[in-house]
Structure formats: C-alpha cells, structure tokens
Design a protein around this ligand. Sequence first.
Ligand code: MSP
Length: 513
Amino acid sequence: MDKNFYITTPIYYPSAKPHMGHAYSSIIADFFARFKKIDGFNVNFLTGTDEHGLKIQRSAEKAGMEPQIFCDKISKTFRDLSDTLNLSNTDFIRTTEKRHKKTVHHLWNELVKNDDIYLSNYSGWYSVSDEAFYNEDEIEEVEGKKIAISSKSPVEWIEEESFFFRLSKWEKPLLEYYQANPDFIAPESRKNEVISFVKSGLKDLSVSRKSFSWGIPVPNNKGHIIYVWLDALTNYLSALNYPDKNDDLFKKFWPATIHLIGKDILRFHAVYWPAFLLAAKIDLPKRVYGHGWILSGEEKMSKSKGNILDPLEIIKQYGLDPLRYYLIKEVSFGNDGNISQERLEDCINSDLANNYGNLCQRVTAFVNKNCDGKIPLEIKFLDEDLLILNKFKDNLDNIRSKIDDQNINFYINYIVNSLFEANKYFNDQEPWKKKNDQIRLNTIVYTTLEIVRKISFLMYPIIPESSLNVLNIFNIGEKKVELNSISDNEYLIKGKKLNKIDILFKKIEKKND
Ligand code: MSP
C-alpha cells in the first residue's frame, strides 16, 4: 500500500508582518512532514496565503496600493519566511491564482446543484479582522465599542443581499460524523468545544458579500463576492487540482491526513469546512488539529496587541534551529505556551549545547585521540551496549504511533531522555580507562557513535540543518536519513574516517551567570 501523507498549514493573511504564531504553525507542520518523509511516506505539505476579502482590501487601501500588487508584495514575505524557517513544503498556494479560482467556482456550483445555496438578506455583526459573522450573544460592548468576545476584535453591523449556505441542514449529519469519527477533531478539548457549538444550533451561513469587490465573484452573479472563508478553505483542494479526480495529486493525497490550525480558526475548519464538503459529496479530511497559541505575557501574540516576538530577529540572534527546537519543546503541544527570550537561552544551553552538542563533540574528540579519527573496526558488544542500542528499535513503533496522535511532547521527551542516557553511558563506561583493552574501548566508542547517529535521525524533523551537520561527520547526507534504520545497531561503516565537526551550538553567556 502507498504511504501518503498530506499536511496543511492555514494559509496566512498577507495583511500582517509574519510573527511567532505564524512561525509556530509552520514549524510544527514541517516537523510532521519531515518525520513522515524519513519514514518513507510520500509527503504533500501545503502552505500559502489567503489574499481575498475586505480585510485585505482595506489593508491595501491603507498602503495606497492596488490589492493585487499589495498581495504580491506581502505574499512574498510569507514565501520568504518558508525559506527562512527551512520548511520542506511541496507547494505554496495563493488564493489569487487561477488554479484556485477554478476550484472555488466548481465547489460553489456543486453546492448550488445540490440545493445548498439560496439568495436572501443578511443583517448582523461582522468582524473584518476575523472575517467572521457573530451572533448577538457572541459580542460585547467595551468602552462604547462592540467587539467579539472570543477574539476581542471590533465588529461592524452589515445589512445586504447575500447568498446563504444551508448550514442548519448539516447540523445532524455533522454531529453523527463527529460521533462516528472520534479522531476527526483533536485534541479532545477542541472536539468537545466544537460538538457543544454545533449542538447549540447552526444557523444558515452567509457566503457572499456585495459591498466590496476584492474576491472571487459568484459564478453568473458578478455583484456578489464569495465569502472569503469559503474561498480560503477550498485551497486545500485546489492545490490538488480538484475537481480533476483523475489527477495524480488528488488521487494520492485526498482526503488530507491533517489540517493543522490554530484554535482560533477551529469553527471554520471543524464545522463550516466539513459541512461544505458533505454538501458537495467530497470526502472529509482525516483530522483537524487545533493547536494552542503562542502567548507573550498572558496574551495571544498578535500585531494588534503589540506584543510580538519577531521570529526574524530571534533567528538572526540565535539561529533557526535553536528557535525550532525551543518552540517544539517548550510549548506543550495542543496547549497555549508562554515563550520568552530568557527561556530560549536556557533551552539552548541545557539541551542543545550541553546535552546534544557536548555528546557529539566529546565522542568525536575521543575518537580523534584514541582511534586515529576512525570509526572503530573491531568491536564486541556486551549486554550493556545492546541494552541502550536496542531501546531505539524497541520504541520505534511506539514513536510512530505517538506521532500519528500528534504527541510531540512524547517525542521530544524521548529524545531528551535518550541524550541523558547516552551521556551517562559514556561517563559510566569510562572509555578513557580502557586504553589497555582496545576492543572494549572501540565498542564503547562505536556504541556512542551509533547513538549519536540514531538521535540525530530523530532530531532531523526538529532541527534539520544541525542534525545534518552532525551526520556529516559520518558522511550521511539528507537522502540517507531513514527512520527504519534506527533499528540497525551496526549502520556506521567501520574503519571510515570521521569528518571534522564544527561547533554545533554556541553557549549563550547569560548576564547573571
Ligand atoms: N487566513 C486564515 C486562515 C485560512 S485557512 C483556510 C488565518 N490566517 S492568519 O494569518 O490570521 O493565521 C494563520 C495561523 O496562525 C492560524 O492557524 C492562527 O491560529 C495562527 N496564529 C496566529 N497567531 C497565533 C499565535 N499567537 N499563536 C499560535 N498560532 C497563532 O487565520
């Protein structure tokens, strides 16, 4: 059976400068994509920009630019961010592309054909910042201004002719679907939130706007623009060339394995999107995972709150991999996570410099001094060597299944513990005292090098560049990083000279050290 894996990030609004929350979503998706890649899957990893709607139109007006020119410019900063974050995305979609418009029109026509769309009038509250409609009980008044309770963004009253999607019709089928597919929404707390929202009753959804022009027109009705969320969500299909069901990408990768999103856009992905798909008779994605927020202080990091840690600044100062490692480790996946520069520095020092970096430096320095700089030729494993080596093989299936549950916390703890045990093994075995027993000395060294290799394979999805720097000492390039081989205990080529290793992670001098 083909092993296919399709992961998506949300497509980003190009109205803001990318911040740490955006970087987080992308880095986590990249982690999963890379893990699956080294586990032999065909991976399709999609990201991109969400370029239509009133929010973008207003941002463009504010910048004094035509919307398309504005989008071209800002979309590029997100594309550049993908490079800066070393994402392994296989596509970058923009909703202003032709291929996307074609799919959106097709989907709209399917909804019309199935009698899921009708024309009426909308009056109610709308948040341009969230591009979302809110009920009366979802807004509050603060200092004379109406805002959405959940996002705190301002809302405005709109009244206009609009096409509606018969969302109410899908209330029961959605509840049945959640029940029959308990893994569809994760983590559990988000699933419960969605179910209680749907149970509280779904009203038909306004899916077109008349009062502005920046978007995809409703087919055969140019006065209406398709609601930006119906437009944006469809990107997950347009990137696979839907409606061409014979297209290789579509056949291989739909239904998507996982839509990775932030919890603020759960309703769109776990209620509206599956309802559109059910109505259009398209299979539903296998999972929608709503991760938590990156907080700064106790608040969601966002431009409007002015509490942004700029990922580009942080990368300039500390390097990319330390940031990737820190975000993946520090934020307990699924929950909100408070990040700070100080804790980033602690993490670099303790985990990367002292633990991983030190192990690599120490064992290679020892090889240079005592084994002529070569991977030892003659070895003879004792039980204590096999005990530590075999743990990787014994845990491999468990690691895979934890990743399929998006249990990143398990994965990172597994690595940290393995590093701790590896350092302890090297200390306890005291190879420097075995100079009169070359085979024992060789075996300890070989075992430690093998552990370094295995851990570096596991590190690859988290810190690809640094782990490849380590693996370069064995001449192992990216193509040879295969998860299966962490079960092999004699993978390294005996007698081969080690390449030189550079300093991997610089220790940060802390002011109060
Ligand atoms: N354009 C929509 C998504 C459409 S998907 C069909 C959108 N864009 S966004 O740029 O506002 O947000 C993109 C992603 O970044 C969302 O998943 C959002 O949850 C995430 N984050 C934005 N700020 C965040 C934090 N402070 N922390 C973590 N993720 C956050 O929504």
